[in-house]
Design a protein around this ligand. Structure first.
Ligand code: SIN
Length: 517
């Protein structure tokens, strides 16, 4: 398959990018790859919303910039923070024009508040903002005849100089598994875009869906693309305890914005003793506060007391949470919600410039898999969908421009080699893959989670390395499957993250090593 552009990942960043390119130049051919169906990914589960300054009587871009810099704990790129926040309104208007609905109050957008924000500025649709955006973008992307969508296809590796025996320091597309055909296909492309999200699945509990295995991060690592900030993994303070399995259900921060209060098993509001902003302090502070409370008390959860939020408000603003809680016998607003912190967002990733281009020519990264400089050491709530929109727009413009510059000839792409792997017909790996994935999650949670120590990190590195060796051996001897590819990426990223974590000698934002307190 020979394409102008290959987009891997179909959340808000990949879809927005594809729509913009296809609209601007209908002659360009694009292929979109999704590991499951096109709608499955982190975007769909985003509850809170998009942070945008709309109420100019009270709010200002200056305040939003300040809040972002404070949350980022001195590690943000101020220039990036400034342009993202200044471009926010244009990108939001575009999304509305494409048909996305957001909640309104008296004809104006209803603006919620979340941790770390000094004003109400979260544009949302009930507690289903991501789902609403995902559905609109999916419908729009399907209307373009120059976009081919391949669902159930898994990224294996990026095609680089290593495969083509050239030295242009470029990316030439990717090898992907067609899960239905059970074969690895080559998709050559002049431009490749990673919009593959983060790797919440590295941890025992995550708000991410199980597809969040860091596939783009793993492939970029193997292609020697520059990466940074992996140890800055943000834990969301409030995931629903009673639903606990690997992928837990998020209780949006907007619930705390509407008056939800955190209480320990003695019913005390412990957050006020930790930070004057209480439940609405930046989420690294709240997540650590909850985790510490859990370590000091018998119950392995804390309570989110939502009695200040009326039943009507629950039904209109948070219908999904209301119904999920009801299904497990938590009747809102009377009953408190049992909550725990869970891995939520990778603040670091593939280093990109202001057009989302990585250190490898022809390779862009947008959204959670990228490190743009916006989030610094801790992402401010609801800044991620905003970042995806702004950078997808910038990447689309830059990418169209770069396609008019001199590029390798068509014959070069035609000659790129097919996937060179032994053709094992049997697959003995499924059970092994599941066991190793679980072991990895346990190690990451215990030693590389909210609280870290030098000794814990050292031990984790050793244990992860052992898993890596086993995975490499499975990879070399078995038919390549989706599960094995995911595990290969997870173990690589876990290793790199743990190595990088040992180099950090001060606590900042979400990074917390108890030896540096
Ligand atoms: C939430 O709704 O609390 C999550 C929003 C975000 O992660 O920005």
């Amino acid at each position: 398959m020979n394409k102008d552009i290959l987009v891997i990942g179909t959340g808000i960043s990949g879809l927005t990018f594809a729509i913009k390119v296809a609209e601007e130049n209908p002659k360009l051919s694009l292929t979109l790859i999704s590991k499951r169906d096109i709608n499955e990914g982190n975007t769909r589960y985003a509850q809170g919303g998009i942070a945008v300054v709309r109420n100019l009587k009270k709010d200002s871009t200056k305040k939003h910039i300040e809040d972002t810099l404070i949350a980022g704990d001195g590690a943000c790129d101020t220039k990036v923070v400034k342009f993202v926040i200044e471009e926010a309104n244009k990108r939001l208007d575009e999304l509305i024009q494409w048909g996305t609905a957001f909640d309104k109050k008296e004809e104006q957008l209803d603006l919620g508040i979340e941790g770390g924000h000094s004003e109400n500025r979260i544009v949302h649709y009930k507690d289903q903002t991501g789902k609403q955006i995902q559905e609109v973008l999916t419908a729009k992307v399907k209307s373009f005849s120059n976009i081919t969508i391949l669902e159930n296809h898994t990224l294996v590796d990026l095609i680089t100089d290593h495969h083509s025996k050239s030295n242009m320091n470029r990316c030439y597309g990717a090898y992907v598994i067609s899960q239905e055909q059970e074969e690895i296909i080559k998709i050559s492309a002049k431009i490749t875009v990673l919009s593959t999200g983060g790797a919440g699945s590295l941890y025992a509990y995550t708000t991410n869906p199980s597809v969040a295995t860091g596939d783009g991060l793993g492939a970029a690592y193997r292609a020697k693309v520059k990466m940074d900030g992996l140890p800055f993994v943000q834990f969301h303070p409030t995931a629903l305890r009673d639903k606990i399995d690997h992928n837990v259900f998020l209780i949006t921060e907007a619930v705390r914005g509407e008056g939800g209060k955190l209480r320990n098993s003695l019913q005390e509001r412990f957050m006020l003793k930790i930070d004057p902003r209480g439940e609405l302090a930046p989420r690294d502070i709240v997540a650590r506060g909850i985790q510490k409370q859990i370590q000091e008390q018998e119950d392995d959860f804390v309570l989110l007391d939502c009695s200040e939020i009326s039943k009507e408000q629950w039904k209109s603003h948070f219908p999904t949470i209301y119904n999920i809680c009801k299904s497990i016998g938590v009747f809102l607003p009377e009953d408190p919600i049992p909550v725990v912190p869970a891995a939520h967002y990778f603040c670091g990733g593939i280093i990109v410039n202001e057009h989302s281009e990585s250190s490898l020519k022809g390779l862009y990264a947008i959204g959670e898999c990228s490190a743009t400089g916006l989030h610094g050491a801790n992402r401010l709530a609801s800044n991620s969908l905003l970042e995806a929109l702004v950078f997808a727009h910038r990447a689309a413009i830059d990418c169209i421009k770069s396609l008019s510059e001199p590029l390798p000839q068509k014959s070069f792409y035609n000659k790129l080699p097919e996937w060179n792997g032994d053709d094992y017909s049997k697959n003995f790996t499924i059970q092994n893959v599941k066991v190793l994935r679980k072991q990895l999650q346990e190690i990451m949670t215990k030693y590389v989670g909210i609280f870290k120590t030098d000794n814990g990190l050292k031990l984790a590195e050793k244990k992860i390395n052992n898993i890596y060796v086993t995975v490499q051996s499975l990879y070399n001897k078995n038919k390549l499957t989706n599960g094995l590819c995911e595990l290969r990426n997870m173990v690589s990223i876990a290793y790199l993250l743990t190595k990088q974590a040992q180099e950090i000698k001060e606590n900042k934002g979400v990074f917390y090593n108890q030896n540096y307190v």
